[in-house]
Design a protein around this ligand. Structure first.
Ligand code: PGA
Ligand code: ZN
Length: 405
């Protein structure tokens, strides 16, 4: 049995993401076996997440790698993922990875795991999750939105759907059909004017949050009857992005903290939403807890910017009973091993996880593998668009593989 797999070479390059921005891609070699990974970038980033890149951008990250990191990682045992990740963090030396950046460290971390998995001849989800990682998440896809993902959309960042069909393939397809139906309804209502697609390929139009709610409801009930499948509704307020001066600033006017709490609760009680993400600003662990206390029997209250996949922040949330769900994004915390630590803590506390894409994506499909490795309830990765389908289609392949074994 191999217990040492020394890394022979690492190549880092700039590539372009789905928003047309530069990001980084890593090829990591063990002999001639390669693990490749490219990192996505967020737009509605949490205050406590790793900086995506140093101030000098992707070029600065690559320079830091060449000057300071490369020599420490070449020859390193790829099977020691925790040590590999720790070496990157310690060499960076700052709390939010301001030298190497969360994106390059993510790409290095996942490329290392991929190379090791390929060398051993097993899929990434088995390498990270072990022999019992065999259950698939349900897809949760953004269908109407705004916030920081488009210019003129709703104040709320994302309205989401998750079809509960028998297979991942069928669930992903019905999500896409719901997305299509929403496009039709929007064109009928707005006569085709100013309807577009946001960063995650959700529909975006100059409508209010209330109009979006109505359109979502109509599309979900029609698509659900057409395919005889239950479709769960979800929302990501991304409340940080419209919180100003102590108020939640909606297009239609401001809401106080108490009004925002009641509004979030109404999504579960009055509008039957199952998935409710970041309803409060990321400093208000108690506000989250008030919402969770009222609706956790029926709905999943999910922390994204609240936790930034950080085990220390999650501990506060567990202590305060802030949520019963957590969003998982590797590049918020910058390494696979710290991500796995956060997932372990969450699972032990009965908090369900959802692995997520970022709004600026690449065609990398590691999120698909991690959602199986981590036993995620959902994978949040859009409904259409090549960079979103890279993950959904990989899960369709994984489903086939798991069912045939
Ligand atoms: P992002 O946001 O723009 O930071 O990727 C996605 C989300 O808030 O879930
Ligand atoms: Zn979010």
């Amino acid at each position: 049995m191999t217990d040492e797999l020394p890394i022979d070479d690492i190549r880092v390059r700039k590539i372009i993401d789905s928003r047309g921005n530069f990001t980084v891609e890593v090829d990591l070699f063990i002999e001639d076996v390669m693990g490749r990974c490219s990192a996505p970038s967020g737009a509605s980033t949490g205050d406590t997440e790793m900086k995506a890149f140093p101030k000098s951008g992707p070029d600065g990250a690559i320079k830091f790698f060449e000057d300071k990191l490369r020599s420490k990682l070449i020859g390193y045992n790829a099977l020691d993922q925790i040590g590999f990740d720790r070496t990157i963090m310690e060499t960076d030396g700052t709390e939010y990875m301001e030298n190497v950046g969360g994106n390059l460290s993510t790409a290095l971390s996942v490329a290392n795991a991929r190379a090791a998995a390929s060398y051993l001849g097993i899929p990434l989800y088995s390498y990270v999750g072990g022999a019992f990682a065999r259950s698939l998440p349900r897809p949760m896809g953004n269908v109407i939105g705004g916030g920081k993902h488009s210019r003129e959309g709703t104040t709320i960042q994302e309205f989401l759907v998750s079809a509960q069909a028998d297979t991942f393939l069928q669930s992903a397809y019905i999500n896409a059909m719901t997305h299509r139906r929403i496009g039709e309804i929007l064109s009928e209502k707005l006569k085709g004017t100013s309807v577009g697609l946001g960063d995650e390929k959700a529909w975006t139009a100059n409508i209010s949050d209330e109009e979006a709610l109505e359109i979502l409801h109509q599309a979900v009930s029609e698509t659900s009857s057409r395919y005889h499948v239950r479709i769960l509704k979800g929302v990501d307020f991304a409340a940080n992005s419209f919180y100003e001066g102590g108020k939640y600033m909606y297009k239609n006017g401001p809401k106080t903290r108490d009004q925002q709490i009641d509004y979030a609760i109404s999504f579960s009680r009055d509008h039957d939403f199952y998935f409710i993400e970041d309803p409060m600003v990321d400093t208000d662990f108690d506000g989250f807890a008030e919402i969770t206390k009222k609706i956790s029997q029926k709905s999943l209250v999910v922390g994204d910017d609240l936790y930034t996949t950080n085990p220390e922040r999650l501990k506060i949330g567990i202590e305060k009973k802030s949520t019963n769900g957590i969003l998982i994004k590797v590049n918020q915390i910058g390494s696979l091993s710290r991500t796995a630590e956060t997932v372990r803590l969450a699972t032990a506390a009965g908090i369900r996880n959802t692995v997520s894409h970022r709004s600026g994506e690449t065609t990398d499909d590691f999120a698909a593998h991690l959602s199986v490795a981590f036993g995620s309830t959902f994978i949040k990765t859009g409904t259409i668009g090549g960079e979103r389908l890279a993950k959904l289609n990989e899960l369709i392949r994984i489903e086939e593989e798991i069912n045939s074994n």
